[in-house]
Design a protein around this ligand. Sequence first.
Ligand SMILES: [Zn+2]
Length: 158
Amino acid sequence: MSTHNQGCCGPDRSQQNSISLVCPLCKTEGVPVDRETVEHLVQEEYRDIVTRSHYAICMSPSCDMVYFGIDGSHFTRDQLKVPVWFKDGAIPKYACYCSRVTEEQVLDAVVKHDAETLRDVIELTGAMKNSDCLRNNPLGVCCHRAIEDAIAKGKRIR
Ligand SMILES: [Zn+2]
């Protein structure tokens, strides 16, 4: 039985919602996200603005828009509780939001402590413990891919 590609949150849900939503600011196509993720990550004072709409997240690094709904409701970077790692200038840049492990920590584990695998990184950094990615990760998906990207980046550096 092999579960190592599945991550901590079960099967990939990214294909579940096929409604296409275009960012009102940069006009690129967003990636659908669960409303629960939006509700959990916007600052308390904006939570009431979250509607029953379908939401998507803008993937352009240079765009200030984060979540936008089919009904026109939307949330920019400064209305969120956490920095979105793929947006320009995100500080800190989290690889794992549930355990608040940064990309920097993953790079350190690979470059300075010779971590080779996802398992090594989890042991060294404590990433992916107490996972609740649907609520904590801005994309609402498991962070293992972001960590794997950081591991690959670290291996190129060392
Ligand atoms: Zn945008």
